[in-house]
Design a protein around this ligand. Structure first.
Ligand code: SF4
Length: 394
């Protein structure tokens, strides 16, 4: 796969397009005859970050860590419990319906599931043009021209305009989803696992298309994914979430070369290597993922963290703070993670076994989980070949 592109200083020196401060979202759980709130799911808990104009900010974490909820909060598709979201200098959280509608034309979302997110009863011309109609473009001809132009941009034929979603493949449907988001000429796109539902061979096409469109249309992305290979390929900076909190944030290069938080180190160690002989040291986490209804005290990761030091980790919530230039982490021992890992024997014993056994294990893992490897090679190939050929298939 191509080397990750670190965020260029020029991108980071620009004013933030999106600025999130102390964002909180608790979902109430109701019970009893009176349906009173009996508990709260702490989906997002005190999250702060900026997304600079022209940047791709990748948000990564396990299922249920709050990354999708964060993306939806940013567009105010759901209301935050607390905190502020500024977009282009305006506070979205205090906006009335009229201003919010105008702001939304600059902020769009691409959903994970291209099958479920398109209305099967409408031709794609109407699906894509719906946003234009809502934003006051009444002239049908004008709408059709803009839809045709955006179909060109996402690599689909203009004559597809009267076809229905079921007539398209998964990759084409995600291109339609992209066209729907882009037709209003937004500045900011929340891409929520945009390639997760696609075949690995198609993922690279859609990813490269998104990267090209970003440059061509001066877009800014919040790119949400659980797949670190995807995040590495497209993101300038990365935020890692665990149980509703950001635990690490840095440039893509720093996250992949010198991760500071034990959870990030675990995620990275789980990426399969294409060559089983070059086995990555695999870190093993123990324990179940705690419930976001009643998260652990102190550091939320302490119940699974192999280098947790007691009682400090179970009693004191680590502050999310700057640990190095542009590198943020929430861990009391961020500067000593490698040393503590060695002391605690964090590395799985099987990895330390020599020779053939190690090779056999690597081969078994590679066979069991080939998707990331295939994606990497696909991305490489796509980088070299044509990216935006109009598609009849795919
Ligand atoms: Fe692990 Fe303690 Fe750091 Fe939390 S604060 S990640 S429990 S070492």
């Amino acid at each position: 796969m191509a080397e990750a592109t670190p965020a260029s200083p020029s991108v980071l020196s620009r004013a933030p397009l999106v600025s999130v401060k102390n964002l909180v979202k608790y979902f109430p759980l109701r019970g009893g005859i009176l349906q009173r709130t009996v508990a709260e799911v702490k989906a997002v808990d005190d999250v702060s970050f900026d997304v600079h104009a022209g940047e791709v900010f990748g948000l990564v974490g396990e299922s249920g860590c709050g990354k999708t909820t964060t993306g939806r909060l940013l567009l105010r598709l759901i209301e935050p419990t607390r905190g502020t979201i500024e977009f282009d200098g305006h506070d979205l959280t205090s906006m009335g319906a009229g201003d919010l509608k105008k702001a939304r034309s600059d902020m769009q979302i691409v959903f994970q599931d291209p099958y479920a997110s398109l209305n099967p009863r409408l031709p794609i011309g109407e699906i894509i043009g719906e946003g234009l109609a809502n934003m006051g473009v009444r002239d049908r001809r004008q709408r059709e021209e803009r839809v045709a132009a955006i179909l060109d941009k996402v690599g689909l034929r203009r004559y597809f305009i009267n076809r229905y979603p079921h007539e398209f493949s998964g990759g084409q449907r995600q291109r339609i989803g992209l066209a729907r988001a882009l037709v209003l000429q937004p500045k900011f796109i929340v891409a929520d696992e945009p390639v997760s539902a696609l075949d690995v061979s198609i993922q690279s096409q859609v990813l490269n298309l998104m990267a090209d469109l970003k440059d061509e249309l001066n877009l800014t992305y919040l790119f949400i994914s659980h797949n670190l290979s995807v995040i590495e390929h497209i993101s300038d900076r990365v935020g890692v979430m665990y149980l509703g909190k950001l635990v690490e944030m840095a440039s893509t290069e720093d996250i992949f070369k010198s991760p500071k938080h034990p959870y990030t180190r675990f995620l990275l160690s789980a990426i399969p290597k294409p060559d089983p002989r070059k086995h990555r040291q695999r870190l093993i986490l123990t324990g179940d993922v705690p419930s976001p209804i009643n998260p652990p005290s102190g550091c939320r990761f302490h119940t699974r963290c192999p280098i947790a030091q007691f009682p400090v980790c179970s009693e004191q919530d680590p502050v999310f703070e700057l640990k190095a230039d542009g590198h943020w982490a929430a861990c009391h021992f961020a500067e000593r993670t490698k040393e503590l890992e060695k002391e605690s024997g964090f590395v799985a014993p099987a990895i330390e076994a020599a020779g053939g056994k190690l090779k056999a294990q690597g081969e078994a893992e590679a066979a069991a989980e080939p998707a990331a490897d295939v994606l990497r090679s696909q991305l490489d190939e796509q980088d070299k070949s044509t990216r935006k050929e109009p598609l009849g298939g795919g």
